[in-house]
Structure formats: C-alpha cells, structure tokens
Design a protein around this ligand. Structure first.
Ligand SMILES: O=C(O)C(=O)C[C@]1(C(=O)O)C=C[C@@H](O)C=C1
Length: 394
C-alpha cells in the first residue's frame, strides 16, 4: 500500500496537526488574556461585536479559498470567541474581587457525581478554580444550610428550565436567605435513556428519574406502554440505582456525560419534549461579589408591592423610565400571607451603576419590601451573527 493511504501514517500526521492546533488555541487564549488586561486598564467592555463580525467575515472569506465551508468556519470561531469572552470575564472578575476563594473551592449541589448540577459546577469552575471540593446534597434546603453555616463556599442551584419553567422550590428558598447570588450558568440538558447492560427499549419495565427530567420527557414516556416510573431524589441517585441493579429491564433518564461516571450507556438519545432544553443555574455564596464594569451584569431583586391596583405596573414603569431592561419576572406566594405575592426580577444592570442605584431608591418608596439578592456577570454569550452575504456560496 502506498504511504499516502497507510492509515497509521495518516493518523500520525493528523495527531501532529491536532497538537499544533491545540498549541495555537493556547497561544490565542494567552493573547486574549492580554486583551483583558488592556481592557481592565482602559475600562472598555469585553465584548466588541463589530470586531467579532469583521473577524468572522474575514475568516469565512479566507476559509472559502481553502475549501472550508462557511458554516464550519463560523461555528469553530464562534466557539473560540465564546471561550475568549468567558475567560476574559473570569479574569476581570478576579481583579474586581481579590478576596474571592481560589484556587480551591468547595461547592454543594443537588445529587451526587453525574447529576446535572454536578456537571454545571464543573463547567462553571473550570476556568475559575484549580480544584473543586464537592458536596452532594439531598435537597435544596440542605445546600443553602451548608453555605449559610460556612461548611462550603458556594451552592449551585437550578433556577429555571426552558421546558418545565421556573423551579419554585428554589425561588421560595431565596425569600428567606441571607446568601447572595454571585454567578449563573446555563447548560444544555440533553436527556437520554441510559442503561447499565445491553438491552432494548421493548424490554424496559421500570424507568428511574428525578421529577424534573421526568416532566421534561413526558412525550417520550407517554409513548412507552406498561412502564413503571420510579421517582428518585436526584438524577445521580437514579443513575447509581440503575448501575447497582445491572438489570436489562431498568433504565434511567440522565445525561450521557453524567451516565459515563456510572458506566451507563445511552439506549435512546434526545428524548426531551423540546429539542432545545436548557437549565439556568445560580451560584450562591455568603458574600456578594462586585461585577467588573467591562462585563455585562445582571441583578436579581425581590419585592412585595401593596395590594392596590397597578402596583406592579408602577414598579415596571420605574424600570422603563430609567432605561433598565428586565429579563425575567416571576411571582411566588408569600408564606403566611394568603394571596400576597413576592416578585422576583432579573434586570440587566450593574448594582454599582448610578442608574440602578437611583432605580432602587425609587422602587423603595413605592414597595412594601425590597431586597437585592445579588449582582453577577451575565454568562450567556450570544453568538455574533454574520451577514447572510458572507455565508452565501457556502
Ligand atoms: O479583540 C478583542 O477586543 C477581544 O476581546 C478578543 C475577541 C476575540 O477573541 O477575538 C473576543 C471578544 C471580543 O468581542 C472581540 C474579539
């Protein structure tokens, strides 16, 4: 066989190229850290979407000359830019909060190894800490208690999901805590049906699942006949039970990534009702953080209005008049005060800004109760769009 077609030889060449690519990625990352240092100096925002667009259009054009598809080039560089922005944000946050606990952090989360919360912790701290000391918990209340008592630095809590909506239990707990929200992370939730032994769907008699994944996969489950659902405290708990059983008639709903930690494999993938299924998690801590001016910030408030008509509208008008965008509004009953509601608002503004300070003063006058739950960097990096003309002839 000619050397050109010798598989081992070709793979060796690919390995060499991949190594070079990695080194180039690392070099680019190091340069963007210098960009962050320069921006810290000049107080310029991390994100510069005009620069991103110019960069993408140039790379698409150059890529086409090399026979590379425009969508391929776009998706690679959007991922690189997302990493660059998140890295710069993490660096600037360290500068703004020199007292932040690093390089080792302790975090409490729901479930055990492999739960969606566990995966969110690892993703969140991957660019912020060298070592994570993990504490899996059985309930959201336990997570809050561990952080409040100082046994751990942080608690990771799921707060909303694009399919099943807000997680009320977490909202209710936030009414009664002194902890601050210091970060957020949104993760894709890719539910799979996982098994511990080789089997087929028609043999499955019992599915273990936590309530949230169960409701998010209701369409798939409705189609399965004669299957019993066994509710578990967490996805990790469900996965551990299925691993122990080593039974071809049982399966669990969980992520493929988490399942790997329990030697489970996916029998069915993408079983959620909605193809795009994401959960937003919040990170709580005893001490609030400051958000660097170069980073887009979100502030979460809770407030209670009087029972008079239009009371909430009045509050929203204060936001409107101050040009503050509200990205989430939620209401929950106030315990012990039937029919009265506590409102939770996420606004896109930095607590340090004069505009938000003025807004809070105005809101204080017209509400019965108001509290800031935290101000933290917006973690969601929406990809910069490239003009259709650049993508054409792909
Ligand atoms: O050039 C900058 O200003 C950067 O911050 C670097 C970079 C990139 O990684 O290329 C990242 C974020 C900006 O939105 C634009 C470009």
């Amino acid at each position: 066989m000619s050397e050109e077609l010798d598989l081992n030889k070709i793979r060796e060449k690919i390995t060499v190229l991949d190594q070079k690519l990695l080194e180039l990625f690392a070099q680019r990352r190091a340069l963007t850290l210098n960009v962050a240092k320069s921006k810290a100096h000049q107080i310029r925002p991390v994100r510069d979407q005009q620069r991103e667009q110019e960069l993408l259009v140039r790379l698409i054009t150059e890529g086409k000359k090399l026979g590379l598809d425009a969508h391929y080039v776009t998706s690679i560089f959007q991922t690189i830019i997302e990493d660059s922005v998140l890295n710069q944000q993490a660096y600037l946050q360290q500068l703004a909060n020199p007292n932040i606990q690093v390089p080792t952090v302790s975090v409490a989360f729901l479930g055990d190894k492999g739960s969606y919360s566990y995966l969110a912790c690892h993703k969140y701290f991957s660019r912020r800490a060298e070592k994570i000391i993990e504490t899996g918990c059985q309930s959201f209340g336990e997570i809050m208690q561990l952080v409040e008592a100082g046994h751990v630095d942080y608690g990771m809590l799921p707060i909303e999901n694009t399919s099943s909506g807000s997680i009320n239990e977490v909202y209710d707990i936030l009414q009664h805590t002194n902890l601050s929200i210091v970060g957020e992370i949104t993760r894709p939730i890719e539910h799979c049906l996982l098994t511990s032994v080789n089997t087929s769907l028609d043999k499955i008699k019992t599915i273990y699942a936590h309530g949230q994944p169960f409701s998010q996969c209701s369409n798939f489950l409705d189609k399965q006949q004669g299957i019993r659902i066994e509710y578990c405290d967490s996805t990790a708990d469900a996965m551990a039970r299925v691993y122990e059983l080593q039974d071809e008639t049982v399966a669990v709903i969980g992520s493929e990534e988490g399942g790997q930690l329990y030697k489970l494999h996916a029998l069915e993938k993408a079983i959620a009702n909605q193809a795009e299924n994401h959960t937003r998690f919040i990170l709580v801590s005893r001490k609030p953080v400051e958000v660097a001016e170069q980073i887009p910030a979100k502030t979460t408030l809770i407030l209670a209005t009087g029972q008079n008509p239009g009371a909430l509208v009045e509050c929203l008008l204060v936001l409107k008049n101050n040009g503050i965008n509200m990205c989430k509004l939620e209401s929950r009953p106030i315990q012990g005060r039937p029919w009265e509601e506590m409102f939770y608002l996420d606004v896109e503004a930095n607590l340090k800004s004069l505009t938000l300070q003025d807004t809070l003063r105005e809101l204080t006058v017209i509400t019965n109760f108001i509290k800031v739950l935290g101000c933290y960097p917006i973690e969601h990096i929406s990809p910069t769009k490239v003009p259709g003309s650049a993508l054409a002839d792909a």
